[in-house]
Design a protein around this ligand. Sequence first.
Ligand code: ZN
Length: 509
Amino acid sequence: MKIEFYGAAKSVTGSCHILKINNKNILLDCGLYQGKDEQERGNEVFNFDPKKIDYIILSHSHIDHSGRIPYLYKKGFKGEVLCTEATKELCKIMLPDSGYIQESEIEWKNRKRIRQGLETIEPLYTSKIAQLSLYLFKDYKYDEIIEVFDGFKIRFRDAGHLLGSAIIEMYIKEDYDEEIKVVYTGDLGNINKPIINDPEFINYADYLIMETTYGDRLHGNIDWSLKELVNIIKETFDKGGNVVIPSFSVGRTQEILYALNKYVETKQLNDLTVFVDSPLASEATVVYESMSEYFDEEAKKLIKIGDDPLKFKGLVFTNSPGDSAQINKIQKGAVIISASGMCEAGRVKHHLKHNLWRKECSVVFVGYQAEGTLGRAISSGNKKVKIFGEQVAVNASIYNLDGLSGHADQKGLMNWVEHLMVKPKEIYLVHGSDTAMTTFKELLDSKGYKSRIVDVAEKVYINEKIKLNDENVKYRIMKVLNSIDDIENMSKEHLMKQIEDAIKPQIKK
Ligand SMILES: [Zn+2]
């Protein structure tokens, strides 16, 4: 088999890797480049023929993993997109929204081009095309083994990063004497996140493709971060200001609502008006409420006792642009949660323009801010920023609550790797900045793991025959253990017999 790394190779966005197995082409994710990556690499060109892609295995619905699927469809892709149930439901709202954003941006650019006497340009894809591409999606439950085609089976495991997010286990059998297992982490979640489960641990992987977003950093504690958020809200209200939270509409917004619900209902926060000012966030909240079977135990318990953990007194969803503009008139006592999370587009830019220059206000960052974005400029301490072509002074208090991050930090990533019971033969590092990847690679090296930071368009061939030698016996044992569902109720003799059978060829040698 061959793996070719394209997107998120030496970058954080645009996840896209190709597997070539038994003459079939499979994409692992097909995401949009965003921010600096978009400017440098562009989204228009695929380095492969979209018509020749047979399957996309989608790890989760975030646009940097899914956002180029409609464009691939527009360019002739007619295969299947395999993902979890919640990923499909979230893609149903996120991809058309992404198409709508592209249409609006191009409309704006075209107005300028017409004035300059230039030809108009087309959006990458429209909302309509995104909707059509959804017909290619097939959804599956976590943990079920899916036979995609002869010699290729996959299984989605909970990645704990976003509702529906998955680690992908792939069992590949070409003309080897043994099946090999390749695991793709997608994005790995932070532990103890509100609403969703922690990432599942995987027993073994022959080869691992791994994200490294926070490979060089440690997050603050999540509970501490939430308490800090409560303090920031109280202090800002006492000063007579508003709190603006730039947040991804899907995932982070619902996690913050869940946390605020708890503080409002236990009366730790009173007389609060929380605006969720993003139509996509409102829709995503409805999808979340309909998918509660994938919530963690704590959230399920709340539902059982009759609480809707994503609704509370004082919460207002604003959908029309008119309602959104009304928020700008509010001087104090409002928490405004709005997209986009990195402040590159959307309504949050208006809220920043109205609140950033006021020293009594606060802006709270709760997620990753990529290089080159407005969010990065504000969160890293710039004293002036440009919004809608206007210089705005940054006088508000700026906070970075990285404990609320959706990604595992360095400790979380390492802990996850160390739960693999046998070291993979090689780990391919993707989805991270240069420093994040280099730092994490050094850590892996120091612990005896073999890893590689892969480059754009780098190809890796995995075609050695797996021989049964000393090194390999432990793999066979792991595979036996992994294949038994109910190990506790199996007799010791039976288990020993199975292991003995698995390693017999070795004994014969
Ligand atoms: Zn993600």
